[in-house]
Design a protein around this ligand. Sequence first.
Ligand code: GLU
Length: 427
Amino acid sequence: MAHHILEGGFQEWESPLYQEALKQFDHVAELMGLDHNVADRLRVPQRALVVTFPFRHDDYSEVESVFGYRVQHVLTMGPTKGGIRYALDVNLGEVAALAMLMTWKCAIVGLPFGGAKGGVRVDPLHLTRAEKQRVTRRYVTEIIGFIGPSRDIPAPDMGTDEQTMAWIMDTYSQQVGHAEPSVVTGKPPELGGSIARREATGRGVMSLLPLAAARLGLDTDGARVAIHGFGNVGSYAAVAAAEMGCRVVAVSDISGAVYRGDGVDVAAAMEWVRRHRTLEGFGGGDRLSNEDLFAVDCDVLVPAAVGGVITAANAEDIPARVILEGANGPTTTEADAILADRGVLVVPDVLANSGGVTASYFEWVQDLQHYFWSESEIRGRLHEIMARAFREVAAVADEHRVDLRTAALIKGIGRVARAKLVRGVFP
Ligand code: GLU
């Protein structure tokens, strides 16, 4: 058998991303002088559900069993919110770390949610559309009592998309007996989703560039941008960068990177990926390895794929002056310190990629009210919320003389800690 269900499944909490999330949290909790009773509570998720389930391959005789997870980190301020990821390295620790990051992210932009995350340990590139649909419907069935419009609202993440969200909405609705669009966000426009949500994470990331660049006195006009990852986040970050008058000099995905000094044709690259699934064979530039992308001569680097890619091994050689974290957890704590020493401005994931969950929040509110806003209203409010969050975080950074990640976490953790204190301990 090619792949055993328990492969990689041991030491579930030991994931590197969870260790990093805890390191960041402990550092900031200490700096803030956070009451240890509250800190202890926030280091671990409130609820974690682990499921295993089978799905049938298109080859009818093959039934594969896989692990699925849904973790809810903090239930204090409202329902929990966060994406669902399909990837081979998904485990309990990783999902717990991502749920924790969602809590801080929602608190930083001021959304009435705690953080959650879900995932299935499966390789989405090796699933046919029909297999992916069966995985999704069975996964949702396994976690159905755990989610709901006022309980926990999933959304897309790596390896899932609008179609996946439509299947989640359908599966949930079949069970409750009526259409329930508000159970999930990032849906296709036909089901109450918006084009603005599809583009929100990537565009939101780039919308912070002028604010970040201003802190360094950097001119964004003609700035060279390298983007690691060309999925939903990376591709729309590239579109937005080109629209802003930046030059997208490199993009990459699992097949490797494409470099073009005078700018990659972003629309052509997106069209290629739409037809061929990856950048493999795309002729619009020189091919580089994924690792080489980090050393490409550029002004702005946007990690927009997996976590843990900017490490002590490459942080020294990154030429960019600004890093906008589209991905969740792309930078290790060690790398963060090196970058700070070198004067590289890092706009952290919990701030930089918060446009996605903010647009999700709008979608959920509209679904609940059955009243829909125009695309330009959604974009306008999104921009306003993100710019405000950036300014508030920057003010904390200046006041405490800390980097933007520390400042963002001070703001996010502080808000959650205060909410916990006023609710008190039951019973
Ligand atoms: N998965 C996205 C994130 O990591 C979006 C979550 C959401 O829209 O709820 O922020």
